[in-house]
Design a protein around this ligand. Structure first.
Ligand code: ZN
Length: 360
């Protein structure tokens, strides 16, 4: 399955402006090519499309949650047979920069960030994102084989699942029996729930807004001990009634809501861990009195991206957990990339909206 000479790609030339284009798939003196099967759509793509991310320089091919088949590996860089279905870690790690040396998920080897879906197409060979037929496999790309037994769209959920594992399990060093409250029921919130359960959490709660009713319903089906609509219920009493004490760990995966961090600091148990795993853009926190962190002896951790260990776990979980099949609720073809992004942002309605993928 040698790649063709050209590939279709959805090029984002500026905010809210995609052009379907044909890009060259050159022969390589390093790296390889992936034939893309599906790309998950999340907040990163929404921000790139809306023009609200400071990590985006146009033009670029968005899409960082890629699953596909290795189509070309001329130098044997990846150690897997041609045709193997793989999930490609979003973050490309050069291994040399100060961030890689410190073991962080984000690499400073390219600007603005060294990650798929965020490298401008002006850097050769241009195909750096999942909204295209082919993806360039940087020699530093990390690939994880994933089963052929699930639809490609379900395979793309491995990205969210890996992030959930890092944020809800690895970062807070979750121990069996501990309680976890997840703020925000988006794909990464739901993934955090599944990961926390798999790690043996004793209690998992999840919060959302009224328009998240279907996602909260799914969280309940997935086994959440408590789901709370924070617009109609008092979160502290709901958690107190269900858990009987304060949660050991709180994971914030809400988008753009900075005030929720105050709730997290307030609700978590003394000595507990608060994981901040979502960006708030220009939304500042008002009235944060930092004494609460001191007096409760809290651990506050920022988390960005997923570890390789988490990807390893997630790609295996995809093959064994049937519940994941229903998590990708919306699929769109490549030339409807803008609709896929709008759907992911809830702009096309939120009925039965769990997670969105573009499939090739
Ligand atoms: Zn690096």
């Amino acid at each position: 399955m040698a790649p063709p000479l050209t590939a279709s790609a959805m090029l984002l030339v500026g905010p809210r402006h995609f052009t379907r284009t044909s890009m060259r798939v050159p022969e390589l003196d390093h790296g390889g090519w992936l034939a893309i099967e599906a790309t998950g759509i999340s907040g990163v793509e929404v921000q790139a499309w809306k023009g609200t991310s400071r990590l985006v320089r146009y033009p670029l091919v968005p899409g960082h949650e890629v699953v596909g088949r290795i189509a070309d590996d001329p130098h044997g860089s990846f150690g897997l047979p041609i045709g193997t279905r793989v999930v490609v870690e979003s973050s490309i790690r050069c291994g040399r920069c100060h961030r890689c040396q410190a073991g962080l998920s984000s690499c400073a080897g390219r600007k603005p960030t060294n990650a798929y879906g965020q490298v401008p197409s002006t850097e050769a060979p241009g195909l750096w994102g999942g909204l295209a037929e082919y993806l360039f496999l940087d020699p530093s790309a990390r690939l994880h084989a994933v089963t052929d037994d699930v639809p490609a769209a379900v395979g793309s959920f491995a990205h969210a699942l890996a992030a959930g594992f890092t944020w809800a399990v690895e970062t807070p060093q979750l121990r069996p029996g501990q309680s976890v409250l997840i703020l925000g029921p988006g794909p990464r919130g739901l993934a955090s729930l599944i990961a926390a359960q798999a790690a043996g959490a004793g209690w998992v709660g999840m919060t959302g807004l009224s328009h998240d009713a279907d996602r909260l319903g799914l969280a309940k089906e997935l086994g959440a001990d408590l789901v709370v609509d924070v617009e109609t219920e008092d979160l502290a009493s709901a958690v107190g009634n269900s858990l009987g004490t304060r949660p050991d760990v709180i994971v914030d995966v809400t988008s753009n809501d900075s005030e929720v961090i105050l709730s997290a600091l307030d609700l978590v148990r003394p000595g507990g861990v608060v994981v901040l795993a979502s960006t708030k853009g220009t939304n500042a926190i008002n009235q944060l009195f930092s004494d609460i962190i001191v007096l409760k002896e809290l651990c506050l951790r920022g988390a960005f991206g997923a570890s390789s260990t988490a990807y390893h776990w997630a790609t295996r979980q995809i093959g064994t957990d049937d519940r994941l099949d229903e998590l990708v609720s919306h699929e769109f073809p490549l030339d409807e990339a803008d609709r896929a992004i709008q759907a992911s942002d809830g702009m096309l309605g939120r009925d039965q909206l769990f997670s969105v993928a573009v499939t090739l």
